[in-house]
Each structure stands twice: as structure tokens, then as C-alpha cells.
Design a protein around this ligand. Structure first.
Ligand code: HEM
Length: 426
């Protein structure tokens, strides 16, 4: 299994590269050979066992004792001493949050911090998301051409995230630099020189997160999930620990907005390249919820996640040693024809689209999934209503090379403002 055999599948396993080539172009397609021939294989270049089939990925998510999430936020590229020194100079001590916490600590924490995420408590966010979306659209609707990422899809999820968390909306540009650095630091393959620059950004992000917590502590009546977290930290410091609060403050900003921004960009790109689907949604907005699920299945923003085996195990017929590090590729599982008929076909009418693995599965399943979904739905509702004649502009798409976070850096779209429905039917 990737240990120097001569069969074609072994050669593919040996050649597998998570940071360049086919996996960066299309992770699901890049692992088609694996789904068919070797669904669990060791990648010598990555040092991880890659898992590509739907059922195996789900089985890994389901057993978070045997397959611990403790390595989910580890730096996937080993860091140089210089970068480690740079991080240490900021007192960097990123540790367990929620997503990489083991039981029983994880469930105890998740339970006391769940309230804000329940659908009935998210209803109040709808109007805000719609208002923000409309404001952004008002600013570009007469222009005829815009980069949707810059103009809307980055900032709205960030503002929504900061509002949900109760974090002051400081400096959006600074947060953006920090987020990219955090993603590269955790899931990317920076060169040794880049590592040092990234370490300085991540170190500053860490300190910034600490400052934000201090400011929030000074407002004991503050609203939002992180304020609640800070109050619970005072009430039950064994469950909601100090280390958790600081680590989470940094991780959640990325978890809550980068995921949603990228998923939304993937959604518009895919729908506009499948014009029939776009036109169908414009004609019948009740198709939107399932279209969002199909987009999350077909082109989700978290394409792979990590686990670590705590004991010897067998997965997909392969024996794994204790300590095996796994890269479970949801983008591949989501197109596995063993679970989704014609899995590589985009179909907004698919009746099991919602069974995708893009939010994970089981006890760690994304707590913010209904916020992400709500934002994606509102974006689609507003855009299909006000710009049904939108089309994708000619462009070369670029992506940040990394194992897990996927979405185009820019998404240029065009339309003829003279044909805007709100002009022709005022
Ligand atoms: C966990 C994806 C939006 C908060 C996760 C996980 C994934 C994910 C893959 C790991 C699941 C697992 O280990 O089983 C996404 C995607 C999003 C999104 C694709 C948007 C489209 C959000 C938002 C928030 C959020 C908006 C918060 C406001 C969290 C938290 C966890 C998590 C707190 C940890 C849950 C736990 O370990 O118990 N998300 N996420 N996510 N996500 Fe999201």
C-alpha cells in the first residue's frame, strides 16, 4: 500500500500529492482510482493514510474513540525551528478547541455550548444576513461586473460570524491576513521562508485573540456565543477551560467564516457553469434548499479532515497500525458512486444530496451547519431574484494550495445592468 509495489494503484499511491497537481485541481476526480482500486492507502509524501470511500469515511467519523480528532488542527507540514521560535516569541499555545478535543471533555463542552446554534435561536439572524446581502448587492448591481468574493462572499460571512460570536468588528483586512496565515499554517505546505512569515502572522493572530478576550471579559453583559463561552469559563473552568477559550477564539473566526465564504463561492461557480440548474432555481426558488445541499456535496469547502488511530484497526479491508494518521477526503466520499448514483454528476434534484459529509458526521459534526446553510440560501435567494441573467466571466481560477480548505480566490461574474429585473419591472 504505497510501499514501493509495481502495480498501477501502488504507483498512484506513491505519487499522490496533496499540495499540487490533480488533487488541487479536483480532489474527487483525483481519487477516483483510489475509490475503485485501493480505497485506503498510505501516502509516503504526506505521511498519512488517505481514505476515499463514503462508507469508510463515515465509519471513521462515527468512531471518535478509535479515530481520535486530536490531530485535526496539527500543522500538516512539519515546521522549521526558526518558525517554531517565531511562534514561541508570541507565546503561541494553540491547543484543543472543540473540533480536536477527545472524549469525555469534548461532549461535556459541546453540550454546555450548544444553545446558540439551535435552529430556533438562529431565526433572529436571518434578517441580518438578508440586510447585509442586500447592502452588498446594492453597491454593485448597476456595475455589470464584479468579483463576488471581494464584493460579498468574503465579508458577509465574516460579519455574520463576528456578530454571532459577539466579537467586535475591528479590522476586517487584518483578520483576513490572519485567517489565510492560519489556514496555511495548519493545512498548507509553506516553503521554509514562508513558514517564518506565516509564523509571525499566526503569532500576531494568537495575541490578537487574547486581546479580544480581554476586551470581551470587560463587558460581562455582552451577547453572542463567545461571550457565553467566557461566562461559562468563569462558571465551569474545568469544562470550558482557559486554554480552550483562547484557542477557540482564534480557530472559530476561521471555522465560522472561511468555510462559509469558500462554500458560497464554490456554489455560485458550480451553478453558473450548470446553467440549467441556475435557470431552474431562478424560476422556482423553492429548489434552493436542496440546491445548497447538492453544492455542499459536489463542491464543499472542507474537502478533507484528519483523524488519528488510537489502536490497531481495520478499515476498508486494510490493517492500520496504532497512531496511523488519516486524511479522510470528504470530497471523494461525496462523489462515491457506491453511495450517490452517478456521483460525479451535479444534480440539484438529487434526493439524498443532504447525506453529504461536508459538515463531518457524528459527535463532532459541524455545530454551525445551520448558519452556513442559512447564509448560502439567502445568497442564492437574493442573487437569483435580482440578477437571474448573471453569468461567469472568462477567468483563470486560483486556489490556496492546501489539503482541506477549497474555494476560488476570486469569482468574476458579469451581467447587463440594463436587463436587471428591478429596472425593467420597477
Ligand atoms: C466542525 C465544516 C460553518 C462551527 C466542523 C467540521 C467540519 C465543518 C468539516 C468537522 C466535523 C467533524 O469532525 O465531524 C463546515 C462548513 C461550513 C461550516 C463546510 C460552512 C459551509 C461553520 C460555522 C460555524 C462552525 C458558520 C460557527 C458559527 C463549527 C464548530 C465545529 C465545527 C464549533 C466543532 C464541532 C465539534 O467538534 O463538536 N465544521 N463548517 N462551522 N464547525 Fe463548521
Amino acid at each position: 500500500h504505497g510501499t514501493g509495489g509495481t502495480c498501477p494503484a501502488h504507483a498512484m499511491a506513491d505519487a499522490f500529492d496533496a499540495f499540487e497537481g490533480p488533487y488541487q485541481v479536483d480532489p474527487a476526480e483525483a481519487l477516483r482510482w483510489s475509490r475503485d482500486q485501493m480505497p485506503v492507502f498510505f501516502s509516503p509524501k504526506l505521511g498519512y493514510w488517505v481514505v476515499s470511500r463514503y462508507d469508510d469515511i463515515k465509519a471513521v467519523f462515527r468512531d471518535n474513540i478509535l479515530y481520535s480528532p486530536r490531530n485535526a488542527l496539527e500543522k500538516i507540514t512539519p515546521v522549521s525551528q526558526e518558525a517554531m521560535d517565531a511562534l514561541a516569541s508570541y507565546g503561541y499555545a494553540m491547543n484543543r478547541t472543540m473540533v480536536n478535543e477527545d472524549e469525555p471533555a469534548h461532549m461535556a463542552r459541546r453540550r454546555v455550548l450548544m444553545d446558540h446554534f439551535l435552529p430556533e435561536n438562529l431565526e433572529t439572524k436571518q434578517a441580518m444576513i438578508r440586510r447585509l446581502t442586500r447592502e452588498k448587492m446594492d453597491a454593485f448591481i448597476d456595475s455589470g461586473r464584479v468579483d463576488l468574493v471581494e464584493a460579498m462572499l468574503y465579508e458577509v460571512p465574516l460579519t455574520v460570524a463576528l456578530n454571532f460570536l459577539g466579537v467586535p468588528e475591528d479590522d476586517i483586512d487584518t483578520l483576513r491576513t490572519f485567517s489565510v496565515a492560519h489556514a496555511v499554517n495548519t493545512w498548507g505546505r509553506p516553503t521554509p521562508e514562508q513558514q517564518v512569515a506565516v509564523a509571525h502572522s499566526v503569532g500576531k493572530f494568537w495575541q490578537y485573540a487574547g486581546d479580544v478576550i480581554e476586551r470581551m471579559r470587560a463587558e460581562p453583559e455582552g451577547t453572542g456565543w463567545m461571550h457565553d463561552t467566557i461566562r461559562k469559563n468563569a462558571l465551569m473552568p474545568d469544562i470550558v477551560t482557559d486554554s480552550y477559550v483562547h484557542s477557540m477564539m482564534m480557530a472559530i473566526i476561521v471555522a465560522a467564516h472561511e468555510t462559509t465564504a469558500l462554500a458560497s463561492a464554490n456554489m455560485f461557480k458550480t451553478l453558473l457553469t450548470h446553467r440549467d440548474a441556475w435557470d431552474d432555481i431562478c424560476a422556482d426558488p423553492s429548489l434552493i434548499p436542496n440546491a445548497v445541499e447538492e453544492c455542499l456535496r459536489y463542491c464543499g469547502s472542507i474537502v478533507a479532515w484528519r483523524r488519528e488511530a488510537t489502536a490497531p484497526s481495520t478499515l476498508g479491508g486494510i490493517d492500520l497500525p496504532e497512531g496511523a494518521k488519516l486524511l479522510i477526503v470528504m470530497a471523494s466520499g461525496n462523489q462515491d458512486e457506491r453511495h450517490f448514483e452517478d456521483g460525479d454528476r451535479f444534480d440539484i434534484y438529487r434526493d439524498n444530496a443532504v447525506e453529504h459529509l461536508s459538515f463531518g458526521y457524528g459527535s463532532h459534526q459541524c455545530m454551525g451547519k445551520n448558519i452556513g446553510r442559512m447564509e448560502m440560501r439567502i445568497f442564492l435567494e437574493e442573487m437569483t431574484r435580482r440578477l437571474p441573467h448573471l453569468r461567469l466571466a472568462e477567468q483563470d481560477f486560483t486556489y490556496l494550495p492546501n489539503t482541506s480548505f477549497r474555494g476560488p480566490d476570486h469569482l468574476w461574474v458579469e451581467w447587463d445592468p440594463a436587463l436587471n429585473p428591478e429596472r425593467t419591472r420597477p
